[in-house]
Write a protein that binds this ligand. Sequence first.
Ligand SMILES: Cc1ncc(COP(=O)(O)O)c(C=O)c1O
Length: 399
Amino acid sequence: MTIVSSPDRNWLAEIHPTVREAQPSGIVEVFDYGRGRQGLIPLWVGEGDLPPPASVSEAVKASLDRGETFYTAQAGIPPLREAIAAYMTRVYGVAPGGGAFNPESFFVTIGGMHAIEIATRLTLGPGDEALIPSPAWPNFVGAIETSGARAVPVPLGRVGRWSLDPNRLADAVTPATKVIFLNSPANPTGFIATREEIAATLALARERGLWIVADEIYGRLTYDGARAPSFHDVMALDDKILFVQTLSKNWAMTGFRVGWLEAPPALGPVIENLVQFTTSGVPVFTQRAAIAALNDGESFLSSQIERFRRSRDILCDGLAATGRVRFCEPEAAFYLFFQVDGFPDSRALALRLIDEAGVGAAPGSAFGPGGEGHLRICFARDPTQIEEATRRILRWLKK
Ligand SMILES: Cc1ncc(COP(=O)(O)O)c(C=O)c1O
């Protein structure tokens, strides 16, 4: 006999309110609406259409052939922690406090999202508050609110470019504030915080005793040839900063689920506990893939950036020519966040674009205050496909 639960049982009433009341991602709603539509060009999620470099997949196969299928070190395998430290030294120069980066500062996670989850657990609990410059990627709010803390959006400025006003951040600090989440370069706006904006945020954090969670995962996906300014450029050894990183975007490895948290080595035992109690570690074969990407992935990364730049220019030039679309040109990452005159309801607009133009975009309302009235398009795809998507939007706008 199959035992089924009563249809009248209110299961939602039985679970903890902090998770019951977490808002679903507005991106997922639109994605579910349009998923599987014939001929639709899907530009709603933050990933491209290329596989990772061949050496990455080969590293996975070789690892499996060696039988690396067992539980492993909670902090990550030592060769990956060493490869991350060497990569960071190459890209960021000196470590906080001087010298090369220390492998003990890096904790391997299941993608950037797991690093965000651990950073949240380290810094926030019920009743605490976290400041988030907004519009922002909704998963920050999700991680914060499912921990029982409160996400406090702080609007980004927008005069010619998106910008971060440290005075607005300072005004939002209360006795309950414990952390500032700063994602730069940012999803969804493509905004890059300047070195001055980063330094001012750090000064505020120091003055008020706050942590900073610095999500710098798009730091190398910039269009001016240099990496983006980083908290690494301005911090001292004892600053309370946790860095979120991932292999997902630079090396087209979203499905590998591997990233890292950078934190003071003294927190190692606590972070290892949190890894143990959440995922119990990252598969060794994906860690081998990460080593291959970090050691041999520079030419792949450069070719991705060139491809993204072409797609960005096609999309921006096409939309700008209509005179009906407004945006700040993205300086980094691979998203265009734009407004269409006369369409204030972004959810309705995203649904219409699916039905009437065959293009899947994310609604700006999903990105919190300041996001409504916008759409986000991920242009990390083949330029010919972005050209076709642009054509479809233009045709639709002319109707
Ligand atoms: C700003 C930001 N941080 C973190 C992540 C998570 O990356 P991952 O896929 O490695 O979990 C994303 C993914 O879109 C992101 O946009």
